[in-house]
Write a protein that binds this ligand. Structure first.
Ligand code: 5CA
Ligand code: ZN
Length: 409
């Protein structure tokens, strides 16, 4: 699948700092020093509805990860999937009486537009679940042949007990895992499973649903977790730097994905850091396609909201925090954008060398975007109050805000 066009990332003088980021698996900070090429996998959308502010906030977090790495003069190898076949997509297509392929294509196209408008850097490999199926089938066969997977009435399940490290991404209790498994697409109550938590790897063809040739597995379609693992291993290999997504993916998705990969390769861990963004809510509830309490990026754009203001609204919250989208959050961002644009539109101003270092320090410190915004606010306030004589400062601020925060002034 094609991704979306890249906005240019201006090079800044000097060099950024290594990223220290919170890792869900260990519960602590890890310093990622990935050598000349950093490798990141970020879970993509299930395209049955438009991009909402929760999605945008999560992709914003992983965009910052890349901007910090690029500023350290590393290359970034970025992979993202599109879950273009799955239960919620098929259910929505039936509900709306439309073709599921067309629905997925339409919503993926809109996502690309939103990502482009928000200046999110595109992945080098943007891979749909459907196009990954030929790579998924042999992995499921391997897991089955090695005893890490088993058949139940034609469906193939992964045996979580096959991975000695199972549980080490979320560190959740078995009780919580069971609860989340039932809530997030698993089937802990299905009789005949070796362990109630075992997730499906391959679902045998169901009447009226799309299916693909699964060689020795029979016709069917892939489970959700193996989709991301197949794509990540194919394009990044084991031991990549960051596995990213929202905190609702900690369990089962990232836990199961890590176990699939570890059982397949015998290597541990799949990723050096499991990084999770907080949930964005609206009116006290998690914003979600299934709940329908959504503020869409595309809707705001259509209403004439500057995408740079949307991006500033996202950046004003720490990526790990759960927060609420309100009109005030957007209003504050619009005003801030106005102040910053006025400050950089003058021919000179106070020196910005220290500001660039403050931005670097804030972002390398577990992506502290709110602290970065405050630092720019301070420079803009000084510019407004006193001005300055450095004629390179406004340009440098513009480039730094663009390169490190993805905001075009
Ligand atoms: N296709 C799968 C991942 S392989 C999926 O979860 N798709 S999604 O469309 O439901 O979500 C896309 C990304 O947005 C995921 O990382 C998810 O964790 C994140 N996300 C979903 N809702 C929110 C929310 N309310 N706040 C923050 N992030 C969210
Ligand atoms: Zn995923």
């Amino acid at each position: 699948m094609h991704a979306w066009p890249a906005s240019e990332v201006p090079a800044l003088p000097g060099k950024g700092r290594d990223l220290r980021i919170h890792d869900t698996a260990t519960g602590g900070r890890v310093t990622l020093a990935p050598g000349p090429v950093a490798r990141i996998y970020v879970c993509g959308i299930t395209p049955y509805d438009a991009t909402h502010m929760g999605h945008a906030a999560t992709y914003n977090a992983f965009d910052l990860v890349q901007r910090v790495w690029l500023d350290t003069k590393r290359q970034v190898h970025y992979v993202q999937n599109v879950t273009d076949v799955d239960d919620p997509l098929l259910e929505r297509a039936i509900r709306d009486g439309i073709d599921w392929v067309g629905l997925a294509e339409r919503e993926t196209a809109l996502f690309r537009e939103d990502m482009t408008a928000l200046r999110m850097l595109p992945p080098q490999h943007y891979i749909g679940a459907v196009e990954a199926i030929p790579g998924i089938v042999p992995l499921v066969e391997r897991l089955r042949d090695s005893g890490a997977a088993y058949e139940l009435e034609g469906d193939i399940y992964f045996s979580v007990d096959a991975d000695p490290h199972f549980g080490q991404v979320s560190n959740y209790t078995t009780e919580l895992m069971r609860h989340l498994s039932a809530e997030r697409g698993g089937d802990p109550e299905r009789p005949g499973k070796k362990n109630p938590l075992d997730p499906m790897l391959w679902m045998a063809a169901r009447e009226g649903e799309p299916s693909w040739d699964g060689a020795s597995l029979g016709a069917g379609r892939p489970g959700w977790h193996i989709e991301c693992v197949a794509i990540a291993l194919d394009h990044l290999g084991m031991g990549f730097d960051v596995q990213g997504g929202g905190s609702d993916l900690i369990f089962p998705h990232h836990e199961m994905g890590a176990s699939h990969a570890q059982a397949l390769t015998g290597e541990f861990p799949m990723a050096k850091a499991y990084v999770h963004a907080g949930m964005v809510g609206l009116d006290g509830e998690k914003m979600s396609k299934s709940r329908g309490n959504l503020v869409f990026v595309s809707r705001l754009r259509r209403d004439g909201v500057d995408p740079a203001a949307i991006r500033l609204a996202l950046l004003s919250h720490h990526y790990r925090a759960d927060w609420e989208w309100t009109d005030q959050v957007l209003q504050d961002a619009v005003e801030r954008l106005g102040r910053w644009r006025a400050a950089v539109s003058r021919p000179d101003g106070p020196s910005a060398d220290a500001l660039v270092e403050e931005l670097r320090e804030a972002l390398s410190d577990d992506l502290d975007a709110p602290a970065a915004l405050v630092a720019v606010d301070r420079w803009a306030a000084l510019q407004e109050a006193e001005g300055g004589t450095d004629d390179s400062a406004p340009g440098l601020v513009s480039r730094a805000v663009d390169a490190l925060l993805g905001v075009a002034l």
